[in-house]
Design a binder for this molecule. Sequence first.
Ligand code: CP
Length: 317
Amino acid sequence: MTSPSFTFPHRHLLGIEGLAPHEISGLLDLSDVYVEKNRSADRKSVALRGMTVINLFFENSTRTRTSFELAGKRLGADVINMQVAASSVAKGETLIDTAMTLNAMHIDVLVVRHADSGAVKLLSEKVNCAVINGGDGSHEHPTQALLDALTIRRRKGHLDGLTVAICGDVLHSRVARSNIYLLNTMGARVRLVAPRTLLPAQAERMGVEVFHDMVAGLRDVDIVMMLRLQNERMRGNVIPSIREYFHFFGLDYAKLRVAKPDALIMHPGPMNRGVEIDSDVADDVERSLIREQVEMGVAVRMACLELLTQNLSRGNS
Ligand code: CP
């Protein structure tokens, strides 16, 4: 069993906003331990033996849900994936009643994804167990930002001083928001590169530089983080056409040329090839970190589960 050398003083993980630099570093340090353990034959531990983790996902997921399941199982927990479509939610039971019903079964951790920003926080106020935000609307996706940071830190050795361009549909992206908080907290410089229609109002107030042109925005950056067009959250037409969007904002080698020669490419997934990213760039084994991000996701989620359940057994509020 891993013994983290620091305590994480939060009952829930609802977002990156408000986390201190040492808390983020501590989470990443413990995640590093789990990366190595996951690569060994001895992957299983008993840190969460006797505990129950429930994945309650109201939106689709491949990476987050599966890696939380794997993370819980590798730590020895019982893990249940709620089939929301087959649950009493389909009969009209509310989010809060659903969460309180699960809470009454003495569960330890609830991992929740929901289409509404703020829904996971609301739910966390009604239950005794630890709650982890698996993505709420366009608000936050904290474990994605942590796994992105771990991926960058392991490749570049540090986060401070790096220039990271986050490109594409920033307006609807919880991944972008969590990454902006984390990267700013850890001393990186963040650029947002997007058409005006895909940026939040007053984006500059988020402590970032804003660009509307990929060549200007990618010049001399260390990391290029591409975002999916979140069609499911869009109201009306925000881009003229996919073809035009790819021409101006899709990442290809021609646009990447202005970044640093050792610049690395990231994407949280799921990718839309030929929309926000060219396949050759996405599959470039020298420069694309996309598969590594997925691997880091399991380790980060193991670290989050371990730290939050330690708080439960200590009775922190
Ligand atoms: N990056 C991410 O959240 O992927 P999933 O939607 O597959 O979980």
